[in-house]
Design a protein around this ligand. Sequence first.
Ligand SMILES: NC(=[NH2+])NCCC[C@H](N)C(=O)O
Ligand SMILES: [Mn+2]
Ligand SMILES: [Mn+2]
Length: 317
Amino acid sequence: MYPAVLNNKYIKNPSSVGIIPTCYDGGQKKSGVDIAPGEMLKAGLATQIEKMGYSVNVLPDEDCESHKPESEISVEGSNVLNLVWTSNVCKAHAARVEEQCRLGNFALSLGGDHSLALGTITGSSRVYGEDLCIIWVDAHTDINTLSTTDSGNLHGCPVSFLLGIETHPELAWMKPIIRKDRFVYIGLRDIEHKERKIVKDNNIKAFTMHHVDKYGIGAVVQMAIDHINPNLDLPIHLSLDVDAMDPSVAPATGTPVRGGLTFRECHYLCEAIAETNCLVAMDLVEVNPLLGDESAFNQTVAVGNSVIRCALGETLL
Ligand SMILES: NC(=[NH2+])NCCC[C@H](N)C(=O)O
Ligand SMILES: [Mn+2]
Ligand SMILES: [Mn+2]
């Protein structure tokens, strides 16, 4: 079932990277997040990764328009938008992530908004099962349910579905769900009231920016990894929302929140996760090149690409 076996466990340090672009923007309302994968590739992402010694396979962009239903469903007691469309896109994306993981390739998903994680993490969990550990790096918890979401934006909801806190028949393909004790947040600083309760009631480990200030990023990453994967023998999927970084570092994003990770803190975090040799998949989401001026755009695309390289093992020396 596993893509490859080393020491009776997972392949470590895959030598090939599958880049899976899905230009989806229907999980929120600002246009532009869908052009991010193209811009990141145009800025040289694939060649940069090849230069690190990987073989790289860039998959075609998913045709999100073809997944648009003729009509959307409405959910009682919820103002959720684009449920069917998001489900269709993420289901297709999950199959592509699953395939890359089965081939033993590092599955690198480029979004799109963070609703795409409904697909990215389901794809890797089909291969790695309940061993899969998730590190969710974000300003936001993205753990609204269909009834708690005020915005109706599904990019604020994927975690509740991934952890089995929320379900809907339309998303019944999302199996298996992720173990709550193998999920950890880093970088939080904008959590809605109802989300706080969900995080606490479900005992989900969370390192906010308060913890980063108090302990430093080095200790926070260590504690996060110790929590989900103390023996470093389980596969890790990193879901990185660029808004985890401070808006001065990654300005071109739809829901910026001040007080975020510095340039080095986010790079260090990715370097430290790479050092575990357990990383099997990564998502880079919420870059919106249309928000801000040209320099904000270039800066955000470049920082997105550089954190990806760090997660793949780029070092300073
Ligand atoms: N992936 C993101 N940027 N999510 C932002 C979510 C913001 C807000 N909590 C909402 O539910 O709409
Ligand atoms: Mn966010
Ligand atoms: Mn997010």
